[in-house]
Design a protein around this ligand. Structure first.
Ligand SMILES: Nc1ncnc2c1ncn2[C@@H]1O[C@H](COP(=O)(O)OP(=O)(O)OP(=O)(O)O)[C@@H](O)[C@H]1O
Ligand SMILES: [Mg+2]
Length: 248
């Protein structure tokens, strides 16, 4: 059996409605499983709950109830430890524009207590920014900033990369570059990847499995292979039919 890198078991997240005591569920008994080696395409409409789940996974928010499992561990202490194996890029990366790419990474290296300085150049090479190491981030294109954000989240030999809509705002060339980087990371370094996106055509070229979320619930998880066997239609058509079913 394939090792589980991440599992969400009955996760519920409640928020309070604005100017009211009433609460509403953003995630409801949410179930999810990501296996080692997956490129997991996380799909759902605006407001479905993808970012909420990703923030909980990365430890930036806490669930109201339910359990998380990371690398097979679920105690609070272990989750804290295991999160060191995860790199996350949620929304835009926190970059210092006045500093070079190398120095942005250097600050993070020191914060994380990583001794090996070479790791900075390794991650810059991974994202194709080695030539821009000594360039200030304020002179970077949007695509370069996004790639630097990925380099930052990879620092420290991360095994599981979590990306929330990393293709947003990228031009077609930038999207293709990012796809290549992620495929290489997955195939050559064995990094498991969770990626949320509305670009289904793009996910279709990248993902090895999918999770369809609708209105705070996981409606279906399916491997790319199963999907291929199931239908001749596109990922988009299948997603629409699953979501319709979930609306019952
Ligand atoms: N801090 C918060 N306080 C109150 N409500 C929140 C908060 N964060 C998220 N929500 C609500 O939770 C729901 C899910 O939001 P979330 O950002 O997780 O959706 P999403 O699937 O990432 O959507 P998108 O595709 O637009 O990024 C939305 O109704 C949103 O308004
Ligand atoms: Mg989101």
């Amino acid at each position: 059996m394939c090792e589980l890198v991440f599992a969400a078991r009955n996760i519920t997240k409640q928020y309070r409605k604005a100017r009211s005591r009433e609460k509403f569920n953003t995630l409801m008994n949410f179930q999810m499983e990501v296996h080692r080696g997956d490129i997991y395409g996380f799909v759902g409409e605006n407001g479905a709950g993808k970012t909420t789940l990703i923030r909980i996974l990365a430890g930036r928010s806490e669930q109201t109830s339910g359990e998380l499992e990371l690398f097979g561990k679920s105690s609070e202490e272990e989750l804290y430890k295991q999160r060191g194996r995860i790199g996350a890029l949620i929304e835009s990366p926190a970059l210092n524009p006045g500093m070079t790419a190398k120095d942005n990474l250097e600050v993070l290296r020191l914060q994380q207590g990583i001794k090996d300085r070479k790791c900075i150049f390794d991650v810059l090479e991974t994202v194709g920014l080695e030539e821009a190491a000594y360039k200030k981030v304020k002179d970077f294109s949007f695509g370069m900033k996004q790639r630097l954000g990925i380099a930052m989240s990879l620092l420290g030999n991360k095994e599981f990369l979590v990306l929330d809509e990393p293709m947003n705002g990228l031009d077609p060339e930038g999207i293709a570059e990012l796809r290549e980087i992620l495929q290489k990371l997955n195939q050559e370094q064995g990094v498991t990847i969770l990626i949320s996106s509305h670009l289904l055509g793009e996910l279709n070229q990248l993902a090895t499995c999918y999770g369809f979320v609708h209105a705070g619930k996981m409606v279906e998880q399916i491997s790319a292979e199963e999907l291929k066997e199931k239908s001749t239609s596109s990922l988009e058509t299948y997603y629409m039919s699953v979501i319709k079913g979930g609306r019952r």
